[in-house]
Design a protein around this ligand. Structure first.
Ligand code: AMP
Ligand code: ZN
Length: 483
């Protein structure tokens, strides 16, 4: 198999660039992780499926991957710029609970989604509050040249670095209007790197610093953990497109100040060579918002009976830089596609074991898959090639299974273990268990075999009354589904 060069879209240069690692043979990736004040919605999880596919692709290409995802448990305000309250302080006050308990609960919920979506564990989950000393050191290093103090905290003066906002390219009036003014700020885009606890108040999370008791700004934590764990410059920094507007430009400005290498003409000066952003998952009726009652969590999809990997499939069907609209019909279509694959592979597995390696014919076909991935992670195209490979007529089933196993190391759909039964729609609210359905269907088969159609129909009616649709002759082999 010949390898295509890996090309990735760099948001900083707005160009497709061939990936050239900073350290030969290695790839170091930092992904902005969740703010653990609530459950992640499925849009958030799209960001981690994207980062996972990136990591898996780098491994597929033979790089030794070091991936870091952070957990933000302090500093993220209710507004991405500098207004509002700390998201965790706010929810802790509302629930009269400790921030630490809240952070632990939502971190675990996030990890459960990570596991369900078959997102690989990064080398490190870095927790912001574990790096407070390093953040204070970083801030001390840039304070004199790049910051100024106000009553509310230590602020970064964005006019002290070259080309501020180049990543966003959006220093528009509209962009500026979104940033609420804090009295005394020199430039609208200046941001707090340390927020002082107001006099007379006590926060649950506060630390001593040269600027008084307080807490770090959100942007500071990613700069600090990126450097501490991956070293500057590292290869790739990822996040959702909203981060391209405020969070990442601010991280870049801090990194420029810290590295004392101001000019952005050399991309390394921004801390990471390549900045990549996934587009949003959108949902027209607004259920994605965490403030709405029943928002779209992965668990909701599972409760409605969908296997979580159907959602992973849905993400892979779109290019990460395209907006993806969520709909239940779209999820159903992704599930059906996944089921077709799983059924085909189950059949192959029933006849053979995977060989140690694919044969030449399959390796040749896999070049198309590699070319699609190498073209800025074109997963929709890679899935199409994958289906050609599945359909390719070959006597060597073991070689085909070996190819599938390699291709699935990137797709992450568990295709060598997933079964048709795993993908059956099973809503939590069902009033009948699967065992009961299977037993009724077995009785029905017996009745039909004995040409006792009255009993067969009665069993069918009984099942219908309990919300089970019997699907005789379904082309995909579904025997039943719950309404
Ligand atoms: P947060 O927990 O709000 O910091 O967000 C976690 C990640 O999800 C970030 O990378 C965001 O950019 C990303 N994100 C937020 N909303 C969406 C969405 N609707 N679709 C895709 N990514 C999103
Ligand atoms: Zn971040």
């Amino acid at each position: 198999m010949t390898d295509a060069p890996l090309k990735l879209f760099n948001s900083l240069t707005r160009k497709l660039e061939e990936f050239r690692p900073v350290h030969a043979g290695e790839a170091r990736v930092y992904t902005c992780g969740p703010t653990v004040y609530n459950y992640p919605h499925i849009g958030n999880m799209r960001a981690y499926v994207f980062a996972d596919v990136l990591g898996r692709t780098l491994s597929w290409k033979g790089y030794k991957l070091t991936h870091v995802i952070n957990i933000t448990d302090v500093g993220h305000l209710t507004d991405d710029a500098d207004s509002g309250e700390d998201k965790l302080e706010k929810i802790a006050a509302e629930k009269a609970q400790s921030i630490w308990d809240i952070a632990r609960h939502y971190t675990e919920a996030y990890w459960a989604d990570v596991k369900a979506l078959n997102i690989r564990e990064p080398a490190k989950w870095s927790v912001a509050t574990d790096y407070i000393d390093e953040m204070i050191e970083f801030a001390k290093g840039i304070a004199a040249k790049h910051c100024y103090e106000l009553d509310s905290g230590l602020y970064f003066d964005v006019s002290t670095v070259d080309d501020y906002g180049r990543l966003a390219r959006a220093v528009t009036e509209e962009g500026e209007a979104r940033i609420e003014t804090v009295e005394g700020k020199r430039n609208a885009a200046d941001f707090a790197i340390w927020r002082k606890t107001p006099p007379g108040e006590k926060r649950q999370m506060e630390w001593d610093s040269p600027w008084g008791k307080g807490a770090p700004g959100w942007h500071l934590e990613c700069s600090v953990m990126g450097e501490a764990l991956l070293g500057f410059p590292f290869d790739i920094h990822t996040g959702g497109i909203d981060h391209r507007e405020i969070h990442h430009p601010n991280e870049i400005a801090q990194n420029q100040a810290h590295c004392c290498t101001d000019g952005l003409d050399v991309a390394e000066n921004s801390g990471a060579r390549v900045w990549m952003h996934n587009n949003f998952l959108v949902e027209r009726s607004g259920k994605m918002s965490k403030s709405s009652g029943e928002f779209l969590r992965l668990q909701l999809l599972i409760d409605k009976g969908y296997h979580p990997l159907a959602y992973r499939m849905m993400c892979l069907q779109a290019h990460y830089r395209s907006e993806l609209e969520f709909s239940w019909e779209g999820l159903q279509a992704a599930l059906t596609r996944l089921k077709r694959m799983a059924m085909r592979i189950e059949l192959l597995r029933s006849g053979s074991k995977p060989s140690d390696a694919p044969d030449t014919a399959h390796l040749k076909l896999m070049e198309g898959f590699d070319a699609a991935l190498s073209d800025d992670l074109n997963t929709p195209e890679a899935l199409t090639v994958f289906e050609w490979i599945l359909a390719f007529k070959s006597k060597d089933q073991g070689a085909k299974l070996a190819a599938i196993s390699r291709l699935d190391s990137v797709l992450g759909l568990n295709l060598l273990t997933l079964t048709r039964t795993d993908l059956r729609i099973r809503p939590k609210s069902a009033i009948i268990t699967e065992d009961e359905i299977e037993a009724a269907l077995a009785r029905r088969r017996e009745a039909r075999a004995a040409k006792d159609f009255a009993t067969s129909d009665a069993i069918r009616d009984e099942l219908t009354a309990k919300g089970v649709e019997v699907m005789d002759g379904d082309p995909l082999g579904w025997e039943w589904k719950l309404q």
